[in-house]
Design a protein around this ligand. Structure first.
Ligand code: UD1
Ligand code: UDP
Length: 352
């Protein structure tokens, strides 16, 4: 089987790290990197430290408005698909790289496999919600990470070739957590002690593109008085500067970091404050309470189980949660058994 994997944004490199090595045990894989993320610490670092095979094609599309960015990808991906004629195209998640890859393949009648199918926020204002719904409806194989995701697909009439395989990000954590313990020195570098700091990430457009939401979030973090480490996504850095917002001295701003350092910062934090999809799940995997800077989440199980709280961009709610959110429930297993990648490849090998 010849598979073309299409990736382009940070979380997709991490997901591909879990799946690519399985693909390559028995099949041919060609990787297309769209170039959606391109800074060294948003892209190259992941290929190097996670041993992801170097992309066969880099489209270098860079940043841009949604239509322009997606359009540039679409045209270049189509050219490669026509030349390589794969048996299947594999896409991950819900970014512009995901919709460009799935649309290019679908129009050429090449079967699309969507990893992380069925996620829904039910908020169509999010670019990610548009990307994931469209991708699900043009995919041949839908690899859902949870039972909720399967239910969401079924509710939209998608019932064929829907597989609950578990979450490839759980596979990734299980594989890389010990490697991170051995290789990362981030705690020492930043002089951080176990459970004495909060980790924060912010990058979601619904927060960064709204000055009032960003102001409220920054003020809540400042006023909490807690030691907070914030690896700053380039999108957020740009808007913070534009809005002229200032962080106080309790917030330690660092550049985006590699996955191994990130795992260590997550595992040793006392709480996580984030609007990231991946980080919400990783907090759950590592028994760290998560305070989510969103009004809804696709990872609803983590909220139902009591380990994640939605606070939106409400300053008082964020401050209260930082002070007092303390889950005690026994955590349930929603995300599979760490073998999602094996299941995906087994299914594809049997069906293609
Ligand atoms: C994208 C995804 C989002 C995902 C996130 C993961 C879409 C619509 N959004 O959001 O779902 O959660 O990736 O991190 O696909 N930039 C740089 N250097 C880079 C990359 C980006 O400076 O290497 C800056 C540029 O100013 C760019 C902005 O960040 O305009 C946003 O990048 P973009 O890829 O468009 O969206 P993300 O916010 O990263
Ligand atoms: N991550 C990382 N370095 C960082 C911030 C995040 O390695 O500085 C990892 C994080 O551990 C998770 C993934 O990137 O595995 C999440 O990506 P992101 O938050 O960019 O996107 P989302 O998951 O919201 O789509």
């Amino acid at each position: 089987m010849k598979i073309i994997t299409i990736i382009g944004a940070r979380p997709q490199f991490i997901k591909a790290a879990a799946v690519s090595k399985k693909i390559r045990e028995k099949n041919q894989e060609i990787i297309i990197h769209t170039g959606q993320h391109y800074d060294e610490n948003m892209s190259k670092v992941f290929f190097e430290e996670l041993n992801i095979p170097y992309p066969d094609y880099n489209l270098n599309v860079g940043s841009g408005d949604h239509g322009a960015q997606t359009g540039r990808m679409l045209e270049k991906i189509e050219e490669i698909l026509l030349k390589e004629n794969p048996d299947c195209v594999l896409v991950y998640g819900d970014t512009n790289s995901t919709i460009a890859g799935s649309l290019a393949a679908s129009k050429l009648l090449i079967p699309v496999s969507h990893v992380e199918a069925g996620l829904r926020s039910f908020n169509m204002n999010m670019p990610e919600e548009q990307n994931r719904i469209l991708t699900d409806h043009i995919s041949r194989y839908l690899f859902a990470p949870t039972a909720t995701a399967v239910e969401n697909l079924n509710n939209e009439g998608l019932k064929n070739n829907v597989f609950n395989v578990g979450d490839v990000m759980f596979d990734a954590i299980l594989h890389f957590e010990n490697i991170a313990k051995n290789k990362s020195s981030i705690l020492k570098e930043l002089n951080l002690k176990n459970k004495e700091y909060i980790l924060a990430t912010i990058h979601r457009a619904e927060n960064t593109n709204d000055i009032n939401r960003m102001k409220s979030i920054v003020e809540a973090l400042n006023e909490s008085g807690e030691k907070i480490v914030l690896p700053l996504h380039p999108r957020t850095k740009k808007y913070i500067k534009e809005y002229n917002l200032k962080f106080s001295s309790n917030i330690k701003i660092i550049d985006p970091i590699g996955y191994l350092d990130m795992i260590m910062l997550e595992a040793n934090s006392k709480k996580i404050v984030s609007d990231s999809g991946g980080v919400q799940k990783e907090a759950f995997f590592m028994d760290v309470p998560c305070i989510t800077l969103r009004d809804e989440t696709e990872w609803i199980e983590t909220v139902k189980n009591g380990w994640n709280i939605l606070v939106g961009a409400d300053k008082q709610k964020i401050k209260n949660a930082i002070l007092s959110f303390a889950p005690t429930n026994k955590k349930l297993d929603y995300f599979g058994n760490g073998k999602a990648a094996d299941k995906i490849i087994d299914i594809l090998e049997k069906n293609i």
